[in-house]
Ligand binder design. Structure first.
Ligand code: PEP
Ligand code: MN
Length: 263
């Protein structure tokens, strides 16, 4: 179903009027985690003004340590929904467990399936039975083929609204969090009709590398970028070192729009 052989045209997905794919860029921005109403509203307002068209924020966080901040759960989902409504952006949040799908579905416009759950087949089946768009992130040890087969789980359950996301894979390099595989963008596009975006934030784990990698993603043909933004990264409860400041995000968005114009 994901193959380009029978389905030559690139798929365009419509999420509440925001079109994704076929030349329409999906600009997801927001904090790693929803930390509170005031801070999320502040970030949402600023990323919206910079041109973001989807607001992100995690309510259920997949943390390496069970003692790290795990997210605000349903309280966070309510805050995210309210911020999306206030600043007129569809919202996306990660769902980690098939048992959370019904709850998360009530508050969000798109599901995010994280790298750690790319092959959680029960979760893929469950979101496949909804009709909400899904951003499916590539596992850190998954091949491009594995990623497409995971998308196939969602599609074969009836949900055709799948957006793939390259977010870096594990490598021997220790100065970055993961290694961004930009070739995944044209590689996926050659064989699959679904949109593919890039997340330079989780791919590099470093604020200083994000602008160049975001520009490279758009130049490589990505259908958008997913970027973490926080107004006070040193106090962020997760992923502070990779969060852009709102002003930095604004500047990057201007560069990306110039770049998209010349492509
Ligand atoms: C995230 O987007 O906050 C996240 C945890 O990403 P990934 O699943 O790519 O690590
Ligand atoms: Mn994060």
């Amino acid at each position: 179903l994901a193959s380009r052989e029978k389905h030559r045209e690139e798929t365009v997905i419509d999420v509440g009027g925001v079109k994704i794919g076929g030349g329409n860029l999906m600009m997801i921005a927001g904090p790693c985690a929803i930390e509170g109403e005031e801070i999320l509203f502040d970030i949402a307002k600023k990323v919206r003004a910079a041109g973001a068209n989807v607001l992100r924020g995690g309510a259920f966080k997949p943390r390496t340590s069970p003692y790290s901040f795990q997210g605000l759960g349903e309280e966070g989902l309510k805050i995210l929904r309210a911020a999306g409504d206030r600043y007129e952006m569809p919202v996306i949040t990660e769902v980690m467990d098939p048992r959370q799908v019904e709850l998360v579905e009530r508050y969000t416009d798109l599901f995010q399936i994280g790298a750690r759950n790319m092959q959680n087949f029960n979760l893929l089946n469950e979101v496949g039975q909804t009709n909400k768009a899904v951003v499916l992130k590539r596992g850190m040890g998954a091949t491009v083929k594995d990623l497409i087969m995971s998308a196939e789980y969602v599609l074969s359950n009836g949900n055709q609204n799948v957006i793939l996301c390259e977010r870096g894979v594990k490598s021997f390099e220790s100065s970055t969090r993961n290694m961004l595989d930009l070739s995944a963008v044209p590689n996926v596009k050659g064989q699959c009709h679904l949109p593919i975006i890039v997340d330079p934030s989780h791919a590099t784990g470093r604020r200083d590398l994000i602008p160049a990698m975001a520009r490279a993603s758009v130049a490589a043909g990505a259908d958008g970028v997913h970027i973490e933004v926080h107004s006070c990264p040193e106090k962020a409860l997760s992923d502070g070192p990779q969060a852009l400041l709102p002003d930095e995000y604004h500047e990057l968005m201007q560069e990306l729009s110039k770049l998209a114009d010349v492509l």
